[in-house]
Design a protein around this ligand. Structure first.
Ligand SMILES: NC(=O)c1ccc[n+]([C@@H]2O[C@H](COP(=O)([O-])OP(=O)(O)OC[C@H]3O[C@@H](n4cnc5c(N)ncnc54)[C@H](O)[C@@H]3O)[C@@H](O)[C@H]2O)c1
Ligand SMILES: O=C(O)C[C@H](O)C(=O)O
Ligand SMILES: [Mg+2]
Length: 628
């Protein structure tokens, strides 16, 4: 119960301050509650009648009380029975559940799109109720509003498009973005998720239809991080598409031209960044599903000057690190043994390279944090892309993959060569971990999984992280069946756990960046840091890793269930705030300045309370009409 919970926390905090004041009389001088809770103060609105019913933010539908209906000129426009919000949700759920009478098959649920439509309609007419439903049923509906169904939504977006949500900046808008940005009604925007639609999940270039991914990510910002949904903005930058089918499709909603490239492309992104940071200087921009060749370049271009991060490169890396450390613990070994793990990675794109870079840095830190540690750590990775094992013999090697190209002499000694196939690499290396970020469904074939049986690990780990479901490198059923019961398994999209017989369960963990990006965004917001440092990202990953208990990890559970996502996000955000303070990057948030934040960060419980109190929850405010 958020209210009684925050009251208890507030009381505890007061007791703490009283106790402190006995020792230090100035302690009571800062009794300011960190909360921004709107409480029961009425909200002033400048519209009434049908305008209110058509406004998803203020609309309560049948939950308007009779006095409110009178006050807001709503009488007669609604059925006479006043419903409580619980009754409204019950009615909605009955309708939603009706669709589940037919076969229900988890991620490949044939009704997924129908459920998405229903939820989307609710989103359009009543945001408060939408987020109440989502938060209360997050395990069930995250796979609908987010991965994997969001992929299907993006693929079918032209057909599904009803009401617009978010902003579109296109190549045709060059020179106009600075003024266009003021068309958005909100004076405050905390969080933007932007995509150019060039690599949506493992589904390739979906052009303008990629906006669905930005909307889905922001849904999790509201549901998991408690970012106020009135202050989020999904953005699609439409520079064209290289998807020939879309270019020819008469129903396609975006620009029907090939993508801008080179300086022209960068100029569009620069103009967008300038426009949004001019209007909202404190906004945080999450780059999402940009093809690798731009993902890294844009990250380098803006990360030291803007509050931004790339979720596929940095969020994924953090989640993978947490999972990899969990896999070490699951073997009954201390985390410090991580630098001994042999890791084969299939996929050298934004996600794969992001993961190996971060894993190498983590190993180097554990080995003494010096240059030689950093150098030796890279020998723990074998990176395989569409052309096989990457070695220094490769021509036109992608500069981002170059640091991980194996020396040809060395791989020769291992019985490998430039371009060796994944199965050969797994057979020869006998890795502790096989991690897939290739976007290729079924890449971990029977042959590859058979080869993994030769792993030198007591409990090999398989991370089939590509999305959506059909693009997973293998299913948990295949992994447990072929490699054996004694493995760790994680996938990017949700799958069911596997029954191993005799009541034993093969856990299917969901290794998805959703466990980190909401907390990275919230923590950055509440710290007031002007950039998102490597340290802040590392702190986020470590907090996620530490979330799992020894007992859970030994059972093969290396990521928490989604039902705990709001709690995890709070923890991750607190870790990000603390690290920002530690690195002297924190400038404070609202009426909490940097010095006060520093004090808060001295006490673990207080940081958590600070974060909790600044998380938005979906509650109906009391409305009052004000005519001016
Ligand atoms: N679980 C998560 O949180 C998460 C996060 C980010 C990305 N992803 C998923 O990772 C996948 C890749 O994303 P990306 O941005 O790196 O894409 P990308 O297109 O930039 O990279 C794909 C890489 O896979 C390689 N590849 C293609 N075919 C291969 C094959 N047969 N064998 C080995 N490698 C092969 C390509 O050469 C390329 O290096 C997508 O499916 C995406 O949904 C998952
Ligand atoms: O969107 C997701 O589910 C994870 C990740 O960002 C991806 O691109 O696959
Ligand atoms: Mg992504």
């Amino acid at each position: 119960m958020p209210n009684s919970y925050s009251q208890t926390r507030a009381a505890t905090s007061l007791m703490r301050r009283l106790k402190r004041s006995l020792i230090n009389p100035t302690a009571l001088a800062r009794p300011r509650c960190f909360t921004t809770t709107e409480g029961h103060r009425p909200t002033l609105v400048h519209k009434r009648s049908l305008d209110i019913l058509h406004d998803p933010w203020f609309n309560k539908g049948t939950a308007f009380s009779m006095t409110e209906r009178d006050r807001m000129d709503l009488r007669g426009l609604l059925p006479p029975n006043v419903m409580s919000s619980e009754q409204q949700i019950e009615r909605f759920m009955v309708d939603l559940k009706r669709l589940e009478v037919q076969a229900r098959d988890g991620p490949s649920d044939p009704n997924a799109l129908a459920k998405w439509r229903i939820l989307n309609r609710l989103h359009d007419r009543n945001e408060t109720m939408y987020y109440k439903v989502l938060i209360a049923n997050i395990e069930e509906y995250a796979p609908i509003v987010y991965t994997p169904t969001v992929g299907l939504v993006c693929q079918n977006y032209s057909g599904l498009f009803r009401r617009p949500r978010g902003m579109y900046f296109s190549a045709e808008d060059r020179g106009e973005m600075m003024s266009m940005v003021y068309n958005w009604p909100a004076d405050q925007v905390d969080m933007i998720v932007v995509t150019d639609g060039s690599r949506i999940l493992g589904l390739g270039d979906l052009g303008v239809q990629g906006i669905g991914i930005a909307i889905g990510k922001l849904d999790l910002y509201a549901a998991a991080a408690g970012i106020n949904p009135q202050r989020v903005l999904p953005v699609m930058i439409d520079v064209g598409t290289n998807n020939e089918k879309l270019i020819k499709d008469p129903l396609y909603l975006g620009l029907q031209q090939h993508r801008l490239e080179g300086d022209e492309y960068v100029a569009v992104i620069d103009e967008f960044m300038e426009a949004v940071f001019t209007r909202w200087p404190n906004v945080i921009v999450q780059f999402e599903d940009f093809q690798s060749k731009w993902a890294f370049k844009l990250l380098q271009r803006y990360r030291n000057t803007h509050r931004m991060f790339n979720d596929d490169v940095q969020g994924t890396a953090g989640v993978a690190i947490a999972g990899l450390l969990g896999a070490v613990r699951a073997q009954g070994r201390p985390m410090i043994d991580f630098p001994k793990q042999k890791i084969v990675v299939a996929g050298a794109g934004s996600a794969g390279i992001g993961v190996v870079n971060a894993a190498r840095k983590t190993m180097a830190r554990m080995l003494g944090n010096n240059e030689s540690a950093f150098d030796s750590a890279k020998s723990q990775f074998w990176v395989v892309d569409a052309n096989g094992l990457i070695t220094d013999e490769r021509e036109n090697i992608d500069p981002d993959a170059l640091p991980f190209a194996r020396r040809i002499n060395e791989v020769g000694r291992q019985g490998l060569r430039e371009g060796a196939s994944l199965v050969e690499v797994v057979r020869q290396v006998q890795p502790d971990v096989l991690l897939g970020l290739s976007g290729v469904g079924g890449l971990f074939s029977k042959e590859v999984l058979e080869a993994l049986k030769g792993s030198t690990s007591t409990k090999p780990a398989i991370f089939a992280m590509s999305n959506p479901t059909k693009n997973a490198e293998c299913t948990p059923d295949q992994a447990f069946k072929i490699v054996g019961d004694n493995i760790i398994f994680a996938s990017g999209s949700p799958f069911r756990d596997v029954g191993l017989g005799n009541g034993r369960i093969g856990h299917c963990n969901q290794g998805n960046n959703m466990y980190l990006f909401p907390g990275i965004g919230l923590g950055t917001l509440l710290s007031g840091s002007g950039i998102i440092s490597d340290g802040m990202l590392q702190a986020a990953a470590e907090r996620l890793a530490a979330y799992m208990t020894e007992e859970e990890v030994l059972k093969g559970m290396i990521f928490p269930p989604i039902s705990k996502i709001r709690d995890i996000t709070k923890e991750v955000a607190a870790a990000v705030v603390q690290e920002a303070v530690e690195e002297d990057l924190a400038e404070g948030y609202r009426d909490i300045d940097a010095r006060e934040l520093q004090k808060i960060c001295q006490n673990e419980a207080e940081v958590l309370e600070y974060v909790q109190n600044n998380m938005w929850s979906p509650e109906y405010p009391t409305l009052v009409y004000k005519n001016d």
